[in-house]
Design a binder for this molecule. Sequence first.
Ligand SMILES: *Cc1c(COP(=O)(O)O)cnc(C)c1O
Length: 497
Amino acid sequence: MEIRYKSTRDDRECVTASQAILQGLAGNGGLFVPTAIPKLDIDVETLAGMSYQETAYAVMSRFLTDFTEQELKDCIRQAYDSKFDTDEIVPLVEADGAYYLELFHGATIAFKDMALSILPYLMTTAARKNRIKNDIVILTATSGDTGKAALAGFADVPGTKIIVFYPKHGVSPIQEKQMVTQKGANTFVVGIHGNFDQAQTGVKQIFSDRAFAEEMAKAGFQFSSANSINIGRLVPQIVYYVYAYARLYARGAIQKDEPINVVVPTGNFGNILAAYYAKHMGLPIAKLICASNENKVLYDFFATGIYDRNREFVLTSSPSMDILISSNLERLIYHIAGDDTAKNAALMRQLTEEGRYAITEEMRQRLSGFYGNYTGEQETAEVIRSLYEDTGYIIDTHTAVAAGVYRKYRRETGDENTKTIIASTASPFKFTRSVMNAIDGAYDSRTDFELVDELSRIGKVKVPNAIEEIRDARVLHDVVCEVDEMQSVVKGFFGIG
Ligand SMILES: *Cc1c(COP(=O)(O)O)cnc(C)c1O
């Protein structure tokens, strides 16, 4: 079955998978969604015998139907290789009655590597297929992890350039150092005086500026996106849910077709949307548990049916989830509106104009597969400390937000028996200071890299390569700008205007 991609805001816009990946964002600020969600139609016994790469092909080939078998297999082989520090690619670790799906074994030690390791290959293949002559300029807003993962993925990839905007005062010290030390002649990193939402809105504005796009085209460039608004990010993320389910079956932890829960620490709603797509492909998922930090706009949305971003933006110890405009929620809204572009577009217009919208009762009923809750700052620290004290296992702050919500879910619903996967989205080494302070406040006086070594010692985990690399690395990027200067900074990089 051929799957095409249509805009969430305009029925007339419908393209192939490779075109959707190249374009990133649909017209009118819409996002591309598949015209149908393909069925998985492979039984779990077969899946249980597959490697990560084979599972990736089984899932992705059903969505990216205009890629040839050879093209897709080449992309997968080059993406999921020794950049990952384990052959399993995503190990599943059992601790305290849950299964932690470690999505952080790639080059930059956050789950963004799962998709951004393959996106550059998908993008360059898509450019070849569509006979694109321009260089592709990847414009990315990051709350901390996408930036580095995209930089690492696209650095020195011929025919591409990558520009990353990050909130200068909204990322962890390790995250910032990872980005500003990035090598590669085609990489640009810019701090903004603003938060992630402002970075993301600024990038979307640049995308929708037709005149600017024409100027860029004359100079031989065209924009695309490495944010999770790109369907080329979402599809690779479906893979690990399927793979994890098959691993649980292979271990004898679940019976054939036994439903499981999935808990996802959520920001831009990309990761959990991938789990939603996995469920709609036929993977037996009982509850999709959406975990927020104190920026709990999604928790409120699931509780009331009202999305309201008019609130204070809180800087937390889980900065990659400090987001009030969860872009990918638009794809869910479109689906629960009955794949209705007009209804969705009207709600998104309200979000832009008033900062809020309410969904109908009928739409709310279609959210029954979700459970939402949030974990406060103190609880997050408490979860890290108690899990460490009880089991010796150390998780990062984002994963701890998810584990905290899972505790609440169990208490509130009494559902103790459904096997549950918690998406573990970052290595604790990426948020060392917050993690170590949670374990013992006395650590606060130490330097970042002293804490790295101490974390390695008490957690009995080797310091990841991604951290060793930046210990003594030189800062190569120091551009900082105001939010309203983002476009002129981009122009400056290309000598335009
Ligand atoms: C990006 C990120 C998240 C949030 O994922 P979304 O797909 O944006 O919901 C959670 N944890 C970490 C560590 C991240 O980098």
